[in-house]
Ligand binder design. Structure first.
Ligand SMILES: *[C@@H]1O[C@H](CO)[C@@H](O)[C@H](O)[C@H]1NC(C)=O
Ligand SMILES: *[C@@H]1O[C@H](CO)[C@@H](O)[C@H](O)[C@H]1NC(C)=O
Ligand SMILES: *[C@@H]1O[C@H](CO)[C@@H](O)[C@H](O)[C@H]1NC(C)=O
Ligand SMILES: *[C@@H]1O[C@H](CO)[C@@H](O)[C@H](O)[C@H]1NC(C)=O
Ligand SMILES: *[C@@H]1O[C@H](CO)[C@@H](O)[C@H](O)[C@H]1NC(C)=O
Ligand SMILES: *[C@@H]1O[C@H](CO)[C@@H](O)[C@H](O)[C@H]1NC(C)=O
Ligand SMILES: *[C@@H]1O[C@H](CO)[C@@H](O)[C@H](O)[C@H]1NC(C)=O
Ligand SMILES: *[C@@H]1O[C@H](CO)[C@@H](O)[C@H](O)[C@H]1NC(C)=O
Length: 507
């Protein structure tokens, strides 16, 4: 069914180069959106390294475009500064003591509206590495990508109890003093005017504020319903064994799946701020485990929390809503395992309670067993009519908004969900030499698209409502020439692949 739709639109889209044509349109609670064209493509090599000698990977987990730097040049090109957030380091074979960080790049983008399938453009988006900020705990100890401990936490004055990862040696499998660090699996970023920034994480799931030197200066702990529990106590482990223990070691925590709270590796994938800078929203990747989060067919209803950050040192929990994630048919799964939920990897507040949301399938793309993705969208949702579920009815440790089979409680109206940009329209992708489905190659789109940023086409304020939408993919640090720990830890991913950090742009 999906394939049919794509084919239909592909025919229409092949002529969509002039302003009057478009790829798709949607209307969401009275507001119209037009996907004009796939506008650009670029990449950062999967072998690139940062100023510390470490592989630049995983950076599509989130991005932020510094609006004050975005400039339209007189020759038609644009320049800007893009912040790219990697997650917890190379972890396809187990977690490591990677210090979480954020990278900054100068970007140069030159529109190629005349690119066609017959006469495609080469890459038109280029990156120049600038610098990296590494993350430290409130006491200056580096943070870590290692999995959180199965029990316990670490405490600092003025902070909620935080997850902790205890490791031996150097945390890379070699000799060393061991230690305890705050584990951060970064998935969302929001920049503040003072140079500090918020990062959302999957372990807690928490939201951390770091100052411009990368030192943690505040933390948001969400309501108890989000906190992973095992044996009746909080247990922040994501069952992601370390690299040095993982070879044949199986689970690193029992039970592997926490019965309540965020699912393992399904934390705050989505983080965004309103245009006035006063309100932060964080969205779980999919349902919490007490309300359907344990299977792909039932994890539909994801919680969205709203925080007033007018006083940045004292974020105030304001409201909570439910976002109904989209469903799709996975062609590699049995009929009895369909339809499945397209979990979300990023949100972006657009206007008046309307958000972009990046929802997608998994296991399809460059380096995966399947190359054909069937659901990879930037959609829109609207919370104007959604029920505010904040409060003791739904926020307690074992409180649920849906049954374990994923049926939403009566009395809760979720957000309105509107399908919008499909990444996988080949007649658009081919205009820049890239594609979905088919042979494995560097031009095949990666699996994990996880970020959204927008900048105005006019290079100024976007008063004409024309925007470029950026998205980057998380390549999971997959390379045959990888370096971590200042280059001391070398690796080559077992998959045999090197995946670039791919970047797409939509108008
Ligand atoms: C076009 O948008 C509609 C919603 O307006 C959506 O149902 C459909 O899947 C989209 N199709 C493509 C190819 O993007
Ligand atoms: C939201 O509620 C308003 C007022 O009741 C109604 O007019 C509108 O159609 C609703 N929108 C959606 C998307 O449900
Ligand atoms: C949105 O589009 C619909 C039909 O395509 C049109 O009737 C409506 O006036 C548009 N709304 C706005 C706010 O432009
Ligand atoms: C526009 O100027 C910038 C800065 O000199 C340059 O990097 C870019 O390539 C130019 N763009 C075009 C289309 O010539
Ligand atoms: C695109 O083609 C039109 C018509 O040939 C031409 O006027 C325009 O300059 C071209 N734009 C670019 C960016 O090459
Ligand atoms: C939960 O209890 C079981 C049985 O006592 C124990 O084996 C397991 O380690 C406990 N898990 C945690 C996270 O405390
Ligand atoms: C960040 O916080 C640390 C610890 O309080 C402090 O030493 C450092 O100067 C701060 N950096 C900035 C740029 O404020
Ligand atoms: C939820 O937790 C409360 C407090 O620990 C407990 O009294 C109650 O029985 C639990 N309910 C369920 C359904 O587990």
């Amino acid at each position: 069914m999906f394939l049919l739709k794509i084919t239909t639109f592909a025919g229409l889209a092949s002529i969509a180069t002039a302003q009057s044509t478009f790829v798709n349109q949607t209307s969401c609670n009275g507001k119209n959106y037009t996907y004009q064209e796939f506008a650009g493509y670029g990449l950062i090599s999967g072998n690139a390294r940062d100023e510390f000698g470490d592989t630049i990977g995983g950076i599509g987990s989130a991005l932020a475009l510094d609006r004050s730097q975005w400039t339209k040049l007189s020759n038609g090109s644009y320049t800007g500064v893009l912040w790219a957030l990697p997650d917890r380091g190379w972890n396809t074979e187990g977690t490591l003591n990677f210090q979480p960080r954020v990278h900054k790049f100068d970007i140069l983008f030159t529109p190629q509206p005349n690119a066609t399938v017959a006469n495609p453009s080469g890459n038109n988006l280029f990156f120049t590495y600038k610098e990296t900020i590494r993350f430290f705990g409130p006491d200056g100890t580096p943070c870590t990508g290692l999995d959180a401990d199965g029990t316990g936490h670490i405490s600092f004055d003025g902070f909620p109890d935080l997850p902790v990862a205890t490791y031996r040696g150097d945390g890379f499998g070699n000799a060393g003093p061991g230690g305890r660090r705050i584990p951060v699996d970064s998935e969302g970023i929001v920049l503040n005017p003072d140079g500090s920034f918020w990062v959302s994480d999957e372990y807690g799931p928490y939201v951390y504020r770091f100052n411009s030197s990368g030192v943690m200066i505040a933390a948001i702990r969400p309501p108890d319903a989000f906190i992973p529990m095992r044996n009746g106590t909080e247990s922040f482990s994501a069952d992601s064994p370390t690299y040095y223990a993982s070879k044949g070691a199986g689970d690193d925590v029992y039970p592997a799946d926490n019965p309540t709270g965020r699912d393992n590796n399904h934390g705050f994938e989505g983080l965004t701020v309103t245009g006035d800078g006063n309100t932060l929203y964080a969205l779980l990747q999919a349902a919490a485990n007490q309300e359907g989060g344990l299977t792909k067919q039932t994890e539909r209803y994801a919680r969205l929390v709203k925080y007033d950050i007018t006083v940045p040192s004292a974020p105030r929990y304001a409201r909570e809503f439910v976002v109904p994630l989209p469903l799709f048919n996975n062609p590699t799964a049995k009929a009895s395992k369909n339809p499945q939920v397209a979990a979300q990897s990023e949100i972006f507040h657009i206007q008046d309670g309307q958000f972009f949301v990046l929802a997608r399938d998994s296991g399809a793309g460059h380096g995966q067993s399947s190359t054909l993705s069937v659901y990879r969208h930037i959609d829109v949702f609207d919370i104007a009519n959604a029920t505010d579920i904040k409060g003791s009815t739904y926020d307690c440790a074992n409180c649920s908004i849906a049954s374990s089979a994923g049926v939403l409680n009566t009395g809760i109206t979720p957000a309105t969900y509107c399908s919008f940009i499909d990444f996988n329209v080949n007649s658009q992708l081919n205009r820049f030499g890239v594609y979905n489905g088919g042979a494995q190659s560097a031009s095949l789109l990666n699996e994990k698209w996880e970020s959204i940023g927008i900048v105005p086409v006019d290079g100024l304020d976007g008063d004409d409502d024309e925007w470029y939408v950026f998205s980057m993919s998380d390549n999971d640090f997959i390379t045959q020439d990888g370096y971590l720990e200042g280059g001391e830890f070398q690796y080559s991913d077992d998959s045999g692949y090197t995946l670039d950090n791919q970047v797409s742009l939509f108008r």
